[in-house]
Design a protein around this ligand. Structure first.
Ligand code: NAP
Length: 311
């Protein structure tokens, strides 16, 4: 592989940044990796495990001289960080982010961008329920989608270069409009997470079902919801606070569908339930055919590593 960027600065050193660091190094995509995270503890771990070539105490120091800067922090802090690093970005540098919501990030980050810096928002549709600098692995992005949402007038060469980096890490890249991204992700990721959080909350509140029974008999579907509901609370709080309109739109539709099924159950309308579940099964088959999951029994648990596609 050829080196695509000489120096990449990763701001935030959690799951996504550490996976990027492993992948960029393994596939020889960058010269030097510089990192920064908020806590001294994370910065020390990153140094100890050799995640970055250098770790800086401030984001401002980390971005100096970098030709690519990647914001890998929760969506809610991206604006403040952009303001902090803006005066220190190298002329000609590209700034991207990996946030799960795009509209709010663009609103918070774009106003701070100096002329001569290309801001190209992005979002890898890959993740696990784990976080922190030790949770990353080089293959997280393999065969996953990485969405770029270039703004009006974005530099074509800078976008192509970022695309090459994502593809070098094994991802497929698509470009789309910011608002469309937030609607699509509300359907495929954000609302499903909210439903998982809710169902796990329901089980927690059910006094007639003991905790030990919930754990013991969880393989009936609940277990898979608990994996999703174990996702990072800060990240997901920020997703719902910042993709409010799209999530509320999809939740409204979800509630309508739920009432349709509730009525079918009440009326004993087996034909309607069967037809509904037949349509939804076709969607699952489509996902497997598209290579975005495995058809192995039990969700491929015995054979697949940590990286189920997410967010
Ligand atoms: P993570 O593992 O929880 O790591 C977040 C990192 O951000 C930590 O290193 C944290 O530092 C750092 N951080 C937080 N506030 C900061 C600040 N003010 N200044 C500097 N560093 C700060 O998170 P992640 O899962 O990698 O997620 C990062 C981003 O990727 C989020 O925007 C999320 O929406 C997006 N994303 C996540 C997934 C997923 O499945 N996890 C998938 C796609 C996209 P400390 O450790 O010192 O607190």
């Amino acid at each position: 592989m050829t080196v695509i960027y000489d120096r990449v600065a990763l701001i935030g050193l959690g799951l996504i940044a550490s996976s990027m660091a492993h992948a960029m190094r393994q596939y020889g995509l960058v010269g030097e990796i510089v990192g920064h995270a908020k806590s001294a503890e994370t910065r020390k771990i990153a140094l100890d495990i050799g995640l970055c070539d250098r770790v800086c105490d401030t984001a401002a120091l980390a971005v100096q001289g970098a030709d690519l800067v990647v914001l890998c922090v929760p969506v809610g802090v991206m604006g403040d960080l952009a303001a902090e690093i803006a005066p220190h970005l190298a002329p000609g540098a590209t700034l991207t982010d990996v946030g799960s919501v795009k509209g709010a990030v663009v609103e918070a980050v774009a106003p701070h961008m100096p002329s001569g810096v290309q801001f190209i928002p992005g979002h890898p549709i890959a993740g696990t329920e784990h976080s922190g600098p030790r949770s990353g692995f080089a293959t997280l992005f393999q065969n996953r989608w990485w969405l770029l949402t270039p703004l009006d007038g974005a530099d074509v060469a800078a976008t192509a270069r970022l695309r090459a980096l994502c593809e070098g890490m094994g991802a497929h890249v698509d470009e789309m409009d910011v608002a469309h991204h937030d609607l699509v992700l509300a359907v495929t990721s954000h609302t499903p997470h909210l439903i998982a959080y809710t169902m796990v909350g329901v089980a927690e509140h059910m006094r007639r079902v003991s905790n030990s029974e919930v754990i013991k008999y969880s393989a009936g579907g609940f277990r898979d919801l608990t994996r999703i509901a174990a996702s990072d609370p800060v990240m997901w709080r920020d997703v719902f606070l910042t993709n409010k309109d799209a999530v509320l739109d999809i939740l409204g539709r979800f509630t309508e569908e739920l009432f349709v099924l509730q009525r079918a159950i009440r009326m004993g309308d087996g034909e309607q339930l069967h037809a509904y579940f037949t349509r939804t099964r076709a969607i699952r088959r489509g996902i497997i055919e598209a290579g975005q999951d495995t058809a192995a029994p039990d969700f491929g648990r015995a054979t697949v590593g940590g990286g189920e596609g997410k967010t």
